[in-house]
Design a binder for this molecule. Sequence first.
Ligand SMILES: CC(C)(COP(=O)(O)OP(=O)(O)OC[C@H]1O[C@@H](n2cnc3c(N)ncnc32)[C@H](O)[C@@H]1OP(=O)(O)O)[C@@H](O)C(=O)NCCC(=O)NCCS
Length: 152
Amino acid sequence: MNITLSQGDVSSRCEAILRSLPDWFGIEESLLEYVRDSVLHPTWVAQDTDGPAFGFITLREHFPSSFEVHCLAVHADRRRSGCGLALMQASEAWAKTRGARFMQVKTIAAGHPSLAYAETRAFYERVGYLPLEVFPDLWHPRNPCLQLIKAL
Ligand SMILES: CC(C)(COP(=O)(O)OP(=O)(O)OC[C@H]1O[C@@H](n2cnc3c(N)ncnc32)[C@H](O)[C@@H]1OP(=O)(O)O)[C@@H](O)C(=O)NCCC(=O)NCCS
């Protein structure tokens, strides 16, 4: 598996990856926003040599010292094979070289019944992210937001 900082337009492949994960990216408007953002913000893709990308991560820089995991997705057929972890490690290392001290991520909080997002929280905790605060109304009262953070 190769992880590379994307130099070209990988939006169509990112879109295919997101569409393989309807339990997480089922809202068309936000899916298309993530696709657009894969071109506007630093994005790493995971692929086999000469194969299509099957995972990606997009970061946003809020301050030179703090970045955010804006979008992270591994194609449904390739989940649980170390890709998510490798994408996190590559992008964190890059942010660190740019002086970042913290990485944050927002996801759906445990108050939501979704089993899919319980898996997402398990992943983030496994890769070193600690819960910082729940924002009940940031997105929608039905989708409480959990902010997690990691010191780099
Ligand atoms: C979350 C996601 C990015 C993780 O990527 P991945 O390649 O599947 O995960 P990895 O294989 O790198 O997992 C690393 C470790 O995280 C933990 N982990 C990963 N998926 C998990 C799950 N579904 N349940 C519990 N723990 C999990 C495990 O400890 C795993 O190590 P192990 O397989 O040796 O036990 C990916 O599954 C995905 O795209 N999920 C759907 C979309 C999503 O949740 N995006 C993130 C925010 S919207």
